[in-house]
Structures are given as C-alpha cells and as structure tokens.
Design a protein around this ligand. Sequence first.
Ligand code: FAD
Ligand code: DLZ
Ligand code: SF4
Length: 511
Amino acid sequence: MPEQPRLRLILGDQLSSTISSLSDADPERDLILMCELQVEATYVAHHKQKLVLVLSAMRHFARQLHERGFKVRYCRLDDADNSGCFTTEIEKVLSRSGCRHCVLTEPGEYRLLQQFRDWQQQHPEYTLEIREDDRFLCCHDDFRHWAQGRKQLRMEYFYRWMRRRHNLLMDKDKPAGGRWNLDADNRNALPDSRQPPPPLRFQPDAITEEVIALVNDRFAQHFGDLDDFGWAVTAQQAEQVLEHFIAQRLPQFGDYQDAMREDDPWLYHSHLSASINLGLLDPREAIRRAEQAWLAGQAPLNAVEGFIRQIIGWREYVRGLYWLWMPDYKELNQLQAHRPLPRFYWDADTRMNCLRQCVLDTRRHGYAHHIQRLMVLGNFALLAGLDPKAVNEWYLQVYVDAYEWVELPNVSGMVLFADGGRLASKPYAAGGAYIKRMSNYCNGCHYDVKQKTGAKACPFNYLYWDFLARQREHLLSNARLALAYRNLDRMSVEQQDSIRDSARIFLQSLD
Ligand code: FAD
Ligand code: DLZ
Ligand code: SF4
C-alpha cells in the first residue's frame, strides 16, 4: 500500500536541507508548509534587520525546496488569507489535502513547543510528529545524562566532555597542546596599528529588496537601521562567510576575542551566529573547518580552541540548560532587580561612551560581539539592577541571532546572575578599568575612568562597589567574591559613603 502523504512544517529558523522533519520527505507525495506570521514578527518587536534576515532567508529556502521538486505551500505575510497562526495554517492544509499527519522538527522556543502540543491535544484526529533537532551536537537525553547527579553544571566540564565525545582537538585522551582551555592567552587589547579585515557582506538581491520594502512598510517603528543590510540569506552565502572567516580572521580570533574598538564591532569574530541559528550553516561544518585549519598550520591552537569552545561548549551548553530549566528559568530574579530599562538602550543618548557605542553598533547592524554584550551592555544592566524581564526582552529584540533558547541563559544566567549562580560561578561584574584595558571607548568619554567617585568619575567604578554592597546578602558567601568583599570592607567609612552617594545620584538620574 502506498504511504500516506505527510505535511512537513518548516519554521523560520529551520532552514537546513538536512533538517529532521525532511529526512524522509518525498517530493512526489508530501507537502511542505512555511508561514510568515505577524505574531512571530511582533511577539517581541525584532530589529528590522532580523526581520529582513529571517523572512528573506525563508523565501530563499522555499525557492530552493521548490527547485528540488517539492510542493511548498508558502504563506506570505501580506497574503490576504494568511490566518496569522501556525496551527490554523496546518489545519487548513490538512483539511484541504486530506492528509492526517504533520511532521515538525522541535521548535527552538518553549512557547512554540507548548503551542504545538496544545494543538495536538485539541486535535486527536491528526498526528503531529515532533522530531528532535539533530542540528545540535548534544541531544536532550545526552544533556540530561551529563547533568544528572552533578551539584553544579559548569560549562567547562560540559565542554571537556563534548571534546572527548566528538574527538575534537584531542591527542589520544588528552587535550591537544596539554590544556583544555587557552582563554588565558586570549585577552589581548587590539593595538591601534592593527586593522582587522572588513567583514564579508552581501548586496541585497531582488528577494531581499522586496522584504526590505515590506519591513520598512509594516515595521517602521521597530528598532534598528536598514541602510546597510548585508547578512547571508542562503546556505551558499553562509558557507562563503565561513571560508572568509577561516582564511582571514580565525588566526587572530583568539588573541583579540575580548577586544573592543569604537566603530568596529566586527573585529576578528566570525559573524556566523545568525547563519548557524537559522540553519543556513551546520555547526559541525564550522568546527570541522576550524580544526582543519589548525591541522594545516593555518591557525594557532589558541584561536581554534577558543572558536570550537564557543560552539560545542557555550552554544550547546546554554541550549541544554534552556530545555532543562524552562519554563521556570524565565521567571528567576534572584538578585531582586527591578529597575526599568533606561531609554539610552534604545536611543544611545548617554554620556557613557562605551554604552553609547555598543548601542549604536547594535542599532546599525543588529550585531555586537560577545564582550560588548557581556561586559558593557550586560555589566551595566547587572550593576544598575535592571529588571531581568526588561533586559531579556531587549536582547531578544535587538540582535539578528537572538532566539530565546540562546538569549535567555546568556542574559539571565551569564549577565544578570538572576538564576543565583546556576550557570555562572560568579557575576561578570567589572569596573571601568576592564573596559579601559580592552577598548578605546574611554578616550572619547565624558567621564574619567581613573576617578572613583564624584560627578566626573566613570559610573562603572562606583556602581561596581555599590552593587557588591547592595547584594552582600546574596553574594557574600560566594568564594570567588571573597577578595572583592575584603577590599570593600577595607575601605574607610568616608569612601564607602562617597561610593553610595555617587551611585544613588547616578541611578536617580536614570529614573
Ligand atoms: P564569535 O565570537 O565568532 O563566536 C563563534 C560562535 O560561537 C558564534 O557564532 C556562536 O554560534 C557561538 N557562541 C559564542 N558565544 C556564545 C554564547 N555565549 N552562547 C551561545 N553561543 C555562543 N548568541 C546568539 O547566537 N544569540 C543570542 O541571542 C545571544 N545573546 C547573547 C546575549 C548576551 C547577554 C551575551 C553575553 C551573549 C549572547 N550570545 C548570543 C552569545 C554571543 O555573544 C554571540 O553568539 C556572538 O556575539 C555572535 O557573534 P559571532 O558569530 O561573531 O561570534
Ligand atoms: C524570528 C521569526 C520571525 C521574525 N518570523 C518568523 C516567521 O514569520 N515564521 C516562522 O516560521 N518563524 C519566524 N521566526 C522564528 C520564530 O519566531 C521562532 O523564533 C523560532 O521558530 C523558534 O525556533
Ligand atoms: Fe565607559 Fe567609564 Fe570608559 Fe566612559 S570612562 S567609556 S563610562 S568605562
């Protein structure tokens, strides 16, 4: 008996030809459904470049499926009969085609998984088959197995476990070069004389131009510029960005991984996160190419180890934690932070030059690199006690690579310590000296990074100590902060008063 036809739903970040929902798809028999939805564009008001990227990449992918002979039902945002809902669109196709079986690769976000599960419960007449997303190297069962019985789930141990399992940069059962983690070699500032190569960007083609017009028309009020959109929108382009990175940036990636420079967020980073998260680039391919470059003597170990760690370590680890801890994780606010997000996160109107530059980069490109997100924008959010819900929403809105599974653990866990240390062993809190060491932002700043308190002092300096003082109850028992608390307690009463006064005046000015 011929097999029954199946409907295959492809979500906007599932643009991989090898996605599990298509693994047994038959062009003769099956139907593919893709939907552009208003609700997905607005459940948070995404950066305009993210909207263009996702919609353009979806349209390119649908065209490629069509060229491979598949029948694709593609709902465009401006179609008159677009119901605005995934499950209504599924029902429409199922009832018209007589097909009873829909296949889906698990969504990357909890809210969508719930939506599909709820629908299945309400519609037992259909079968919704939700398959594992095997684009990740670590499946849910394996992550749970790794996590089981451990008191603390630290990235470093997960990463070593992944290195062994995938036999990456290994010298028999030892790490190549003798150390698992070469981060200590990767903290250089960028000398003025060093000019990183320009990033590989792409001129919008006709499909992208059409989407740009649509986004400008429908989502004009969303944050972000659209003037120089240049992100990869196809797998072929993503592959070119990878090759460009391996040849031109990877050798210096490690050395300058933490460096920041005014007007250049790109530096020696790979700019691949958006492509990987959309499914245009397989993370296995990215790490394989990096390891090959090391084996061929084209890139040093500190660079290749650092890059591979970000992907098989951090990326897989935050995804594992997200699914382990959701939905409660989203509600955590261990440090009881309640301050609203200051307006300058949107308009860049602040005299703190580091923050201003990072917001400008974000607005212009939908991109800022890791240390900008963590040690400038995030550090401020932590020290100023910004509300985790508002901060999470901001990060989810403004970056082209943002999806909740990766954004939430980075923000609530790594940046805000809102989970009380489930992810990070201590808060990533720092004063102005760190930013001064790693960037040229302080040169053009209204504030003086050397002054500790007072109207001209760098706000990071007194906010750092004020944060520790305010959070004593939550953080004093953290062994990694013992030295910082000893230093705080050694300060004179006048010094401590002066810190508190400067912080109070500054934080009031935000309100
Ligand atoms: P590179 O520096 O070239 O790194 C290589 C790859 O490693 C990245 O492409 C990415 O796939 C992966 N990676 C690196 N760090 C992380 C990390 N901490 N978590 C997960 N993957 C990582 N990344 C996202 O993809 N989406 C997000 O929404 C996101 N939100 C973040 C929010 C905060 C507060 C912080 C501190 C980090 C966030 N990151 C997020 C991680 C990281 O900042 C970006 O992946 C990176 O800046 C993307 O630029 P790149 O591709 O040039 O990365
Ligand atoms: C982010 C996004 C946007 C802006 N638009 C769509 C869309 O129109 N259709 C779609 O299928 N997916 C879209 N996405 C991605 C989803 O919102 C969601 O983040 C991921 O599918 C979660 O895995
Ligand atoms: Fe940022 Fe302080 Fe430097 Fe100004 S002085 S750029 S606020 S670190």
